[in-house]
Structure formats: C-alpha cells, structure tokens
Design a protein around this ligand. Structure first.
Ligand SMILES: NC(=O)c1ccc[n+]([C@@H]2O[C@H](COP(=O)([O-])OP(=O)(O)OC[C@H]3O[C@@H](n4cnc5c(N)ncnc54)[C@H](OP(=O)(O)O)[C@@H]3O)[C@@H](O)[C@H]2O)c1
Length: 246
C-alpha cells in the first residue's frame, strides 16, 4: 500500500458509520483529514469513534452541508486557500431508508418532498462534491476521488426500501458519466466503492453479523485510495472483508 503520510484527504459522512471508519484508518495511516460535519452533534459523533487513536491533531471538522452547493463551494474555497490541492476525496452520504413502497408512501406532496430530499442527499451530494473537489485534486496519477455506494441500488432487497434502489441506482448513472468523462485523463483516479456487507460501528461489531467500519476503512485504503485502481467499480462483500486486519 502506498504511504498516506502527510496526504490531504477530504471525507464526507464522517458523523456516520462508514465515513468515520474511513477517517479512522486515514488518520492512523498519517493522512491529514478534512471531514465536513453539519453540526456539533455530527462532530462529537465522529470524535467518539476516534478516541482510541493516539492523536486527532491531523483532523479538521469544518461546518458544511454536503448536499448544499453553496456550502460545498465555500468549503472548497477554504480548502484551496489553506492547502492549494488535495490528494484524495471520499464521499459517503445518506442513511438507510425503509419507510415503505414508493407509491404507498404518504400523500403526493409529502412523497414528492421526500423524493427530492433523498435525491439531494443520495445523488446531488456526491455530484456537488465531485464538481467542487475534482478540480482541486493534485495533478498527479495517484490522486483519487472515491464514491461510496451500496448494493441496495442494484436490486430491491426490500420493497419498503424502494427509495434506496431508486436513488442509489440514479447515483450509479451519475458516477458512470463522470468516470467516462475522465477515462482518458491521467488523473485523478475516479472509482466507485460499492458495499454489499452490513457495516457497523466498531463497538457494535461483536460477532453477530456485519463488519466493523474500521475493517471497511482499511480495505478501502488498500484496494482503492492508496492503490493504483483507476476508473473502476470495486465491489466489496463479506468475502473481501473477512481477511482484513484493521
Ligand atoms: N452501513 C452499511 O451497512 C452500508 C452498506 C452499504 C452501503 N452503505 C452506504 O454508505 C453510505 C453511508 O452509510 P452509513 O451506514 O454510514 O450511514 P449513516 O451512519 O446513517 O451516516 C450517514 C451520513 O450521511 C450524512 N447525511 C445524511 N443525510 C445528509 C444530507 N441530506 N446532507 C448531508 N449529509 C447527510 C449524515 O450526516 P448527519 O449525521 O449530519 O445526518 C451521516 O454523516 C450510504 O451511501 C450507504 O448507502 C452503507
């Protein structure tokens, strides 16, 4: 695995399960991490997952809402002023949604509002991050942008979770378009990391199914961020995570 010491990484979703596991491993590997959070609760949630690290001096938690274009633009300007360029970006956003089948969920107006909110979360947040941060990636073949997605966008595991299938499925298409746009460019490496496993916070991953977010974070670093993987869809399932030593 290539060294991540002193590399600058921007990671979204740090208050959540997947993002905090990735940030844990990036800090452990010596990277400087910028993790935008929406509020103090999000910051505390992230910090509580990092308590066992010797130091979090390399972590910054600016306030930003990654589903809001103006907010991300302001974040991009701050990062550019301070660092000039960044080495890696990882986008993980969006919580599990299981409120019912699309046509039976609420009335027309509430359903439309919910569809748009989830589109803003699952699709637009990744698009906005790419729009602002791909141009800030270092002009080097190792720089990378990684979209985190889930296999719930591939097929309907549960009709009550139709929103996930609809929104993450749309996100796949956006990522595909961006990968084609950058296919013949020497940088950055633009990858999709699609999770099929159940990922839990470290303290909750105690043998009853699922994997710790630290295991996932380590696998992401090895297979994608600090590797030479380029323009790929990387699928990760239990078989891959079973042999990771976090
Ligand atoms: N955990 C799994 O087993 C699993 C499996 C497959 C795929 N995934 C994928 O991994 C990603 C993250 O999942 P997770 O388990 O980490 O979820 P999570 O623990 O619920 O965290 C969700 C993250 O997204 C942020 N977020 C939600 N809505 C947002 C919005 N409108 N604007 C900005 N930020 C928003 C949350 O921020 P706040 O704290 O501020 O709300 C939080 O940081 C998702 O795309 C999911 O599909 C997860």
């Amino acid at each position: 695995m290539a060294s991540l010491a002193n590399k600058v990484a921007v990671v979204t979703g740090g208050s959540g399960t997947v993002g905090s596991g990735i940030i844990y491993q990036l800090l452990k590997a010596g990277a400087k991490v910028i993790a935008p959070v929406r509020n103090e609760r999000g910051k505390q949630s992230l910090l509580s997952e990092l308590e066992s690290l010797p130091s979090t001096a390399n972590l910054e938690t600016p306030l930003a809402d990654v589903s809001d274009a103006k907010s991300v633009e302001a974040l991009g300007n701050e990062v550019k002023t301070k660092y000039g360029t960044v080495d890696h970006v990882v986008t993980a956003v969006g919580s599990w949604w299981q409120k019912g089948p699309l046509l039976q969920f609420a009335g027309l107006h509430d359903s439309c509002d919910e569809m748009l909110t989830q589109y803003q979360t699952y699709v637009m947040s990744h698009f906005i991050m790419a729009k602002v941060f791909v141009p800030l990636l270092k002009a080097a073949p190792e720089s990378s942008f990684t979209f985190i997605t889930g296999s719930g966008g591939e097929q309907l595991f549960n009709v009550d979770a139709s929103m996930i299938r609809a929104q993450v499925g749309a996100l796949f298409c956006v990522i595909d378009c961006i990968q084609v746009e950058y296919a013949d460019k020497s940088y950055p490496r633009i990858n999709e990391f699609r999770i099929r496993s159940w990922i839990k916070r470290h303290a909750e991953a105690t043998g009853s199914g699922g994997y710790s977010h630290r295991v996932l974070g380590q696998y992401l670093l090895e297979s994608c961020v600090a590797s030479n993987t380029k323009g790929q869809l990387l699928r990760v399932a239990d078989a891959e995570l079973a042999f990771v030593n976090p």
